[in-house]
Design a protein around this ligand. Structure first.
Ligand SMILES: Cc1cc2nc3c(=O)[nH]c(=O)nc-3n(C[C@H](O)[C@H](O)[C@H](O)COP(=O)(O)OP(=O)(O)OC[C@H]3O[C@@H](n4cnc5c(N)ncnc54)[C@H](O)[C@@H]3O)c2cc1C
Length: 395
């Protein structure tokens, strides 16, 4: 049997354990510093309401990731779900991504239209050549819509004073911005949430059932070039390592620390059955409020209660490595760490890939690609070459 170590028992670590079980022939150890699996995707309870750390709903363009997850934790589809953005200057809620049906109702529609006509003549040249997220959005939708929806939101989301600093932005949904109808942007994606009251929790146990799972255990020393790590005071060596934590951590920050943002999370119970309108699941706030969005969990979970729980997220420095910064310079730094990972070391998941664009479905897909790589190598040569991460998954 070949040996595999999985560093971290969040969604990607658990999904990796399941893929290795299905490959067979692997003796898998998963080490997780928290006393539970799933990290922020694990369901918690407050006032009888299930919630997770942030929304964590399943939204995917990949049929195969839905089919895979749905077979283990059946998913209730919610194609009707809408996101609204509150724009204080219009004192109005509009659907996000921005769509033409709403734009036509805006008080300054004629000015917006003039900007669009002008842009049309330029064939979105500005957007195509944009080097940062501000130029891209202004090039895509014009200054006025950028000011309403993006400017303040993006600055508070990333705790920055200038959106021109964001020079990688493949994940931003600009390409779908100006269709008709409030849900146009999500038409091609599968949207859903597990039926089970405890959300994805069954998945974490199921996916890791064949692995040796060590909870409340932190890996303290990493010798990645030799595929050795130390935990519980013992040094151990593995045939492959699947890393799901920040790549700088496993190299003792030898090229400098990679910046991340964290989140403060607040849960608020309201004395009514529901708070948000029928098909609205998220509210985004694009003004000077400190919080970025609110989510009403009942919309996903359908649990019955005379009260309802709303989750609120506030970007912070610290309190978790949740959001890799979307700066090219930092991605170049991350590449230096990836380049030092030998054959047989995969770095996956949001922190492990150092990519904000990695969501739950991408975590699953990355582990599927990892399994494909291992399978293609056969039992004798299961160690992959350069496939330590999967840049084509950026979106
Ligand atoms: C607030 C928020 C909301 C989100 N909402 C959505 C959403 O609605 N839909 C969606 O698809 N995606 C969403 N995402 C993204 C998605 O949930 C994540 O990409 C995914 O859960 C990341 O899982 P992971 O396993 O890569 O990383 P993590 O969940 O960060 O897991 C890493 C694990 O490693 C452990 N660990 C760290 N250091 C060590 C160590 N030294 N030794 C041992 N263990 C260690 C940690 O305790 C943790 O459990 C959201 C993310 C956030 C932050």
């Amino acid at each position: 049997m070949k040996t595999a170590l999985i560093i971290g028992g969040g969604f990607s670590g658990c999904a990796a354990a399941h893929q290795l079980e299905m490959l067979s022939g692997w003796d898998v150890t998963l080490v997780e510093s928290a006393p539970f699996l799933g990290a922020g995707v694990r369901t918690q309870w407050f006032g009888g309401h299930p919630y997770t750390f942030g929304p964590r709903h399943f939204l995917t363009p990949y049929e195969e990731t839905f089919t895979y997850l749905n077979a283990i934790v059946p998913i209730r589809r919610c194609p009707e779900h809408e996101f609204l953005t509150y724009v204080e200057r219009d004192n109005a809620f509009y659907a996000f991504p921005i769509n033409m049906t709403d734009v036509r109702t805006m008080p300054d529609y004629s000015e917006i239209q003039a900007e669009m006509d002008e842009k049309k003549r330029e064939e979105f040249r500005g957007a195509k050549e944009a080097k940062n997220i501000e130029d891209y959005w202004i090039g895509s939708v014009g200054q006025r819509l950028y000011d309403k929806f993006i400017d303040e939101y993006s600055k508070k989301m990333w705790l920055i004073d200038d959106n021109k600093k964001i020079d990688t932005f493949g994940w931003s949904p600009k390409g779908v911005a100006l269709k008709d109808g409030p849900r146009a942007a999500w038409d091609s994606a599968i949207s859903g949430y597990p039926y089970a009251p405890d959300g994805y929790d069954y998945y974490f146990g199921f996916a890791t059932q064949a692995a040796r799972v060590l909870l409340s255990t932190t890996i303290t020393n990493f010798d990645i070039p030799n595929k050795n790590v130390t935990f519980n005071g013992e040094k151990k060596s593995y045939d492959i390592i699947v890393n799901t934590i920040a790549p700088d951590t496993i190299f003792d920050e030898c090229y400098g620390a990679l910046p991340f943002l964290g989140r403060e999370f607040h849960k608020i119970v309201f004395p009514t059955e529901t708070v948000l309108p029928e098909n609205v699941y998220f509210l985004y706030y694009a003004n000077d409020e400190k919080f970025t969005r609110l989510v009403e969990y009942k919309k996903f979970t359908h649990h019955v209660s005379p009260t309802t729980l709303i989750g609120m997220e506030i970007p912070t420095f610290g309190n978790g490595k949740h959001y890799p910064m979307p700066y090219q310079s930092e991605q170049i730094r991350a590449e230096r760490y990836f380049a030092d990972m030998p054959d047989g070391v995969f770095s996956i998941g949001r922190a492990g890939s150092y990519l904000y664009g990695i969501d739950i479905d991408d975590c699953i897909r990355q582990t599927m690609l990892m399994a494909e790589t291992l399978r293609a190598g056969g039992q004798d040569h299961p160690v992959p070459g350069e496939n330590y991460r999967f840049p084509e998954l950026q979106r």
